[in-house]
Design a binder for this molecule. Structure first.
Ligand SMILES: [Zn+2]
Length: 67
């Protein structure tokens, strides 16, 4: 009676996903990433983690954007 199935959280639906605020594409966020690049429009976004399963976009990486 010592069986533990601890690996049941993989493949969960909306864990680690944010919406790109520029083109509204859904972007997957790797665990603990602090930034992502939108594959659709190429913008980079700062990520903060509300809790280990919930990522949020904090804002664009302005230093990387050169207009
Ligand atoms: Zn985008």
């Amino acid at each position: 009676m010592a069986k533990k199935s601890a690996k049941k959280e993989q493949g969960g639906g909306r864990i680690g996903r944010v919406r790109c605020l520029n083109c509204f594409e859904r972007v997957k966020v790797p665990p603990r990433a602090d930034k992502i690049t939108c594959p659709s429009c190429g913008w980079e976004w700062r990520i903060s983690w509300v809790n280990p399963n919930l990522a949020k976009v904090r804002g664009p990486m302005w230093d990387r954007m050169r207009f």
